[in-house]
Design a protein around this ligand. Structure first.
Ligand SMILES: Cc1ncc(COP(=O)(O)O)c(C=O)c1O
Length: 288
């Protein structure tokens, strides 16, 4: 049975899944996407992903006729037909195809594509024991990175810098020295037992895993400050962490080659990690 993708109302073999050459997602990155974890055949935090997508659609004035319920049915059907129990759902919604012109088409017809692929979440549990390293790069992105658009070239180049340096992630630093987030993850530090992460604004993505960790930490009486912090503060922090759908919680033990704290995963990360995986188990029944 070949892998199937969803393209505008049809389930088609992945190798035949095509969009038009004049699709505005391709030509202008005029499109939004979501990546959602599939664990034990269930979608993690699906309502949060839908809400972020809806907010993006409103901000970009994309009028998409499918209801949340219908999107959920399609997504779950795609998992089922592919027998995908542990992996990632990728969803992309574009303004559709039209003769190339920067202005919106007069009668846009948005396109929706979804794919699934396998992803090994248990490796993230194992990586918690050692932690990961990050490098820093200048944040070269546009000013509305709170919208999850496919305009990811600056993120792509940043991630490639990380790969070239043998690091897991690149952290993006603004001109004033503020550390914003990673190329595909949110960034955190721990100082004197308090968690710090950049506040929601137009200059970071409102990560679903970020929001989950804030709730879990506060529920466990760990103070969370949503305030900007600098690279200098991060280098002097007791611990650092990153979060995302594909890395629900990973300790960061090195930034630009410099050890953070003891250079090993710290006690706050060790307290938070089981809370994160317990919440994942509560929602999906998945256990590493
Ligand atoms: C720039 C950026 N920040 C943060 C995240 C983490 O978001 P989430 O927790 O919703 O996966 C992502 C995810 O792709 C991202 O691209």
């Amino acid at each position: 049975m070949p892998q199937l993708a969803y393209v505008d109302g049809r389930m088609v073999p992945l190798r035949d899944a095509m969009i038009h050459v004049e699709d505005r997602g391709l030509q202008f990155a005029d499109s939004l996407y979501e990546v959602c974890a599939i664990l034990n055949g269930r979608l993690l935090d699906w309502p949060g992903h839908l809400a972020r997508l809806r907010r993006g659609l409103a901000a970009l004035f994309i009028d998409f006729p499918m209801s949340d319920a219908a999107l959920g049915i399609v997504a779950r059907r795609l998992l089922a037909v592919n027998g995908q129990r542990e992996g990632l759902l990728y969803l992309q919604l574009t303004r559709g195809s039209a003769r190339r012109d920067h202005g919106f088409p007069t009668t846009p017809s948005p396109s929706l594509i979804m794919t699934v692929r396998r992803f090994d979440f248990a490796q993230r549990v194992r990586q918690q024991a050692t932690g990961v390293s990050v490098v820093t790069v200048n944040d070269m992105r546009w000013r509305r990175v709170d919208l999850k658009t496919t305009g990811l070239l600056a993120n792509v180049l940043a991630k490639q810098d990380a790969r070239a340096a043998g690091a897991f992630e690149a952290w993006l630093v603004a001109e004033d020295g503020t550390l914003r987030e990673g190329s595909s993850t949110n960034a955190w530090i721990v100082k004197d037992g308090r968690l710090l992460t950049h506040p929601l604004s137009e200059s970071i993505l409102p990560g679903i895993a970020r929001s989950a960790l804030i709730d879990l930490a506060r529920g466990a009486q760990i103070a969370v400050d949503e305030r900007p912090f600098s690279l200098a503060e991060a280098l002097a922090a007791d611990e650092a962490l990153l979060t995302s759908t594909t890395a629900p919680l990973l300790p960061v033990v090195r930034i630009d080659g410099q050890a953070i704290g003891t250079g090993t995963p710290g006690p706050v990360a060790a307290r938070l990690a089981p809370l994160v995986w317990d919440e994942i188990e509560r929602q999906t029944g998945w256990r590493a």
